[in-house]
Design a protein around this ligand. Sequence first.
Ligand SMILES: [Fe+2]
Ligand SMILES: [Fe+2]
Length: 232
Amino acid sequence: MAHHGPLNLHIHPAAGTVGDLAMRRPHAVKVLQRHGIDFCCGGGKALDEACAAVGVGVQTLLDEVTAVENRGQGGQRWDTAPLPALIDHILATHHEGLAEELDRIVAMAERVLTVHGPKDFERLSNLYEVTVQLRADLLPHLAAEETTLFPAVRAANRAAAQAAIAGMVAEHEAVGALLARASELTGHYTVPEGACATWRALWHGLQELDADLRQHIHLENNVLFARLRAEA
Ligand SMILES: [Fe+2]
Ligand SMILES: [Fe+2]
């Protein structure tokens, strides 16, 4: 069994890790998503191994990344931007509105369970539980970043920042596991035939939340936290 911990980040100099690729070449995120390669919590995995696991060649994947880059859509590099700018971006793009969105999703999951529970009780009740747990995990996590970690980074208080990130990677992993569960329970967000409007909206909302949280966790684990560790 190969090790995939952070200590092994540089074992594959030719390919590097999935997280490295997503950090250095932000357009890669779209390509990784398309192939179902986890780039946030699984970001420490060697790229060649992650590619092999989904049956795509590393070079094929890199060519696809180049093609997306050549289309020139957005893609900001955060590995060199000042850390306060990265934090501003995380807050504006991923923190703002998340609590309200989680409330909306939990309410929809509850409504779909109430109305359609008898049709598909186990799946819909499990999905409702997953949404409740996601909200319960994320709200204190966002608050901790906003009140502890981010101010420490802005103040260049490295000791405080290091102490704050210790538990956060594990919290991200718990969120990643809940997203995997949501994806599984929804058939990878495939709307069942004849689903009502709320059911559709719930599947769509969860799919967007999944993509948003993966990008969010990637920027924290593989960029912000990695940069803080490298500074230490
Ligand atoms: Fe965050
Ligand atoms: Fe986070």
